[in-house]
Design a protein around this ligand. Sequence first.
Ligand SMILES: Cc1ncc(COP(=O)(O)O)c(C=O)c1O
Length: 512
Amino acid sequence: MIEIIGPLVHAPAAAPVATRGAKPAPLQKQLIERLQQAILAGRLPAGSLLPSSRSLAAEMGVSRNTVVIAYEHLAAVGYVVADKKGTRVSPLSSPAARGEPPVHTALPEVVYAARVAQFAATRTHTDNTFSLTPGTPALDRFPLGAWRRALERSMDEALPLALGYGTPAGEPALRDAIAAHLRMARGVRCEGSQVVITEGAQEALNLCVRLFTNPGDVAWVEDPGYRGAKAAFNLGDLKTLPIPVDAEGMAAPSGAWRAHPPRLIYTSPAHQYPTGAVLSVARRLELIAQARRCGAWLIEDDYDGEFRHTGEPIASMQGLVDDAPVLYVGSFSKTMFPALRIGFVVLPRAIGAHAAVALQEMLRGGHRLEQLALAHFIESGEFGRHLGRMRRLYRDRQQALRDALTAHFASAQILGGDCGMHLTLRLPPRVADRTLAERARAARLNPRALSGFALLPRAETNGLVIGYGNTPAERLAPAIDTLAELARELEGKPARGSKGAAAAVSGAALRE
Ligand SMILES: Cc1ncc(COP(=O)(O)O)c(C=O)c1O
């Protein structure tokens, strides 16, 4: 046996390589690794008896204890079994260990689940220095000092207990703070017990799907509409029905209720994403009445309704009537910052208790310090003050963007603007939105192609969704100059400036 073991232990090819400056692994670890490799490769076949610890120790010039511990470790993991006669190699299922010729071990061709294959790669991640990105708030205007104080307070007050698992539905203090804020600011009828904290709105959407649908159920989505909702519905194996959107928001054809009765309906009534339409009250009431009639749930995504720029705030659909069949979804990605990954869903009072049992299994709580800090941030009034400052900032930025767009795209329609942090620009068919968006990225501009939000692309869905949240007002005009030059190039028109868009592009990139 020593003859078998000896070369294995001393074989230079199999020896762990000590990299320059790094300490070699301890002898015991080296011995374990060498024996494991020999067993897996079939050099020590199943059933072979290992030398006694005493003789191997003598052979290797190590202490007997080193060998004993190595054998014990191998036995604990199942490579060897020890009995009265000694230590033997276990029968293992690797072909080499069974003495069979090696098989090709590369991964087989990856076959994804059908729901995964439905995702098309249209979203390109850019860093936060790109201008015109929709959906990103003014990161450099976030009150970091106040947030740091809120975090420190939550650490002072809640550590070390808050290092443990939390309540699955989230920190009660945050749920109460959100409920109080929503009652006052968004007219939502709720108590803290109805609020479930999630990892952003996306997890809230996934949760709605899991709680209220079965595979094959029908879900309606606005078209064009939020990709996150479609993703959640795909992941739930739902049949997604695109519902067109007009100036009054989601426009459900009357026949659709009977032909394709939905289980879930996704809508963004305060500021339709991405067209910016506000869902009229007549349509809200109709949706509520019809959803009640056919036992459907409306998901109200109020992602940026806090930033209302014109007139009085528009109250939520959830609060419009008593016991509306509405799952109100919110997010702190815009009102605070996206990396916080805190969102929520407000469940109807009647289903809170039933859902609680499922939620115990589905959620684990977490981000407890951030949740507690956010509760302090809201209760202390910092959140309200931040929202007020951002509302004014976004109003100014939107005006600057509108002016720049009007100067360059006089005949194009600009949609939205009552709320939020983006405008949508319709483009003529000869300017393909995806091509323009792609070329814009080379200039570190990140508007999104409107057609990327459409399930059924039409002439009206050729356009750009242009964010102004994270782009200072003074950078908006040069960015739109560049975009306009790129659009002219696409149309085959001569560039306005003598040096053309390429010069404008690099100029804009340098100014970033
Ligand atoms: C329509 C809509 N809903 C919700 C969200 C927020 O998602 P999350 O909270 O997962 O960041 C976004 C973000 O861009 C959005 O555009």
